[in-house]
Design a protein around this ligand. Structure first.
Ligand SMILES: CC(C)(COP(=O)(O)OP(=O)(O)OC[C@H]1O[C@@H](n2cnc3c(N)ncnc32)[C@H](O)[C@@H]1OP(=O)(O)O)[C@@H](O)C(=O)NCCC(=O)NCCS
Length: 180
């Protein structure tokens, strides 16, 4: 177990989680910010990339398990990312549509944010958000982040304007209850 919150446990994803992962990555509504649903091959590649990150970095996107049912309802965690030429630490979050709008994303992402500052001793934490992804922006705002700059990525043949949300260690310790 990596992290626990009042309703959720976060742990590394295994091959047994592929069906729950597909319930996220194969849903065209969930994946609208990624230009549509993934195939089986793309979902398997996503899991393998996460497992590489666990081995190389010791962290990645983790499985979010609803403790009440024991089922995986989402993925949330910390990854190394690039924003243009800069290497950043990012919090990421993707949840099954059936579990949206109950506060699970902010609950998991807040725990990951605090883990990044306390355990990883990050100086800044970012969230890369596609400029059309309002629910994701709202999670970033609730994490205490503000927009630092705009940038464009090229993914699946499409230019995607993005916002770089971020929170510094100083802002976290000044503004987040219990942040220090
Ligand atoms: C981004 C994403 C995780 C956000 O999910 P979400 O359900 O909106 O976020 P939360 O789980 O934090 O829920 C917050 C909402 O639940 C409501 N809510 C209901 N019960 C709640 C509770 N007990 N506690 C907190 N909020 C609660 C909040 O009021 C809020 O609604 P609002 O935004 O209309 O004010 C989800 O839209 C998603 O998976 N999108 C697809 C993947 C994606 O694009 N990820 C981001 C890539 S950058």
């Amino acid at each position: 177990m990596i992290l626990s919150t009042p309703r959720l446990d976060l742990r590394e994803m295994t091959d047994d989680d592929l069906p729950a992962l597909r319930a996220i990555l194969h849903d065209p509504v969930v994946m609208v910010a990624y230009e549509g649903a993934f195939s089986d091959a793309e979902s398997l590649a996503w899991l393998r990339r996460l497992q590489e990150r666990y081995a190389q970095d010791g962290f990645g996107l983790w499985a979010v398990v609803l403790r009440e049912t024991g089922g995986m309802i989402g993925q949330c965690g910390i990854t190394r990312q690039k924003i243009e030429d800069d290497e950043v630490i990012e919090v990421g979050y993707l949840f099954q549509r059936a579990h949206w709008r109950r506060g699970y994303a902010i609950e998991a992402a807040s725990a990951c944010r605090d883990w990044a500052f306390r355990t990883l001793e990050a100086e800044d934490l970012y969230a890369k958000v596609r400029a059309t992804n309002v629910p994701s922006m709202n999670v970033a705002i609730r994490l205490g982040m503000t927009v630092r700059r705009t940038f464009t990525t090229h993914y699946r043949g499409v230019d995607m304007p993005h916002l770089a949300f971020a929170l510094t260690r100083g802002e976290w310790s000044r503004t987040v209850p219990g942040g220090s």
